[in-house]
Write a protein that binds this ligand. Sequence first.
Ligand code: PLP
Length: 453
Amino acid sequence: MEFSKVVLADNEIPRQWYNIQADLPTPMRPPLHPGTGKPVGPDDLAPVFPMNLIEQEVSTQRWIDIPEEVLEKYLIWRPSPLCRARNFEKLLNAPVKIYYKNEGVSPPGSHKPNTAVPQAYYNKVFGIKRLSTETGAGQWGSALSMACQMFGLECRVFMVKVSYEQKPYRRLMMGAWGAECIPSPSNRTQAGRKILEADPDCPGSLGIAISEAIEDAVMDPQARYSLGSVLNHVLLHQSIIGLEAQKQFEKIGEYPDVVLGCAGGGSNFAGISLPYVRDKIHGKNVSIVAAEPASCPTLTRGPFAYDFGDTAMTTPLLAMYTLGHDFLPEPIHAGGLRYHGMAPIVSHLAKEGMIEARAFNQLETFSAGVKWARSEGFIPAPETNHVIAAVVQEAERAKQEGKEKVILFNWSGHGIIDLPAYDAFLSGKLVQHELGDEEIKRALKSIEGYPKP
Ligand SMILES: Cc1ncc(COP(=O)(O)O)c(C=O)c1O
């Protein structure tokens, strides 16, 4: 009998995270202090993050031990299975084997708790009482709510208003895990009030919600801010996905030709791909592809530039692909992909040609997601549909080229509480949005005159 999934036993879970910063062939540009234009030091970040996480953020140590307390929580759902999508393969009828890491098996239903749990743990150890954060689709907010509950921390979540309205069940999950969830922009912060004065109907964006959450955290000495993507330590924690996949592939004697993930801030894509980027640096022939939305095409249409991570310009300047910090993406259903920037590590790898990016429009992603649901059964999150569209494209290319390919992708989360988005697609209400060059040019004006990386 041919197998359908490869599982690791509890005692085979990786005990260290992988830090790509130890292996980069060229150095990354440092984050800059917007006032001085000089690289930021750990002390500049201290009001926002606990020092133990700041140390991870700047670390160049290749392997970082996963604390026992974190492993114990990971074991609730990890190691996640490596599955073979045989039914989807049949449907596509191409010379490909398709494997995926199912990150939808976590309690909140996505990859997000892989970093939420260690972030809550390190804050707790540092003596912090409350975490403040933002959330797009609600996946991150729900993951951090659960993680805070696990370690006895309070949690406040600023949720992008359009998602707050479209996705009530995620905020209900946050409530079930004991967190407070506030639609953003809100009048709780100066950043939110300023936006609401200019546009009372503003649908919100991740950039705005980040500004609110940071402001909320720095005003309270007992609180710190927590980010669900973009930063180096987040990508570090997510590396457990790719490390498990490598162990699982070893068991079946296979190696992927292509590794793919969808990219919002870059964390699940990095999580599955960074251990493979390491192999690539050491000579392996593997393609690594990020799938992003055509209505927020950071890697495919943005410049590599210094920009703020948030709309209110409170973060350090990060060297990344960006559409400009006041770029307001269309309210597409994949709320978790509506971010103007991209993780500096992912951006650096794209700039160096180690990874490539492709953009997909909302309709083709849902069409791919529905094909998946009708063959493999699991209903993917709207964000995950982007990578599934990229897998369909890879399979078509393999068919045209007459080449056999082993595909590995990250199934970043399930969509069973995103069903209104499927309803909109199936009833023909979901629209195709074309993003004009003018719109991008206008948003990029906000970073004119910034230091050049
Ligand atoms: C299921 C799912 N996939 C992907 C993403 C995108 O985030 P990232 O690029 O950090 O993985 C999100 C964000 O909320 C998500 O919920």
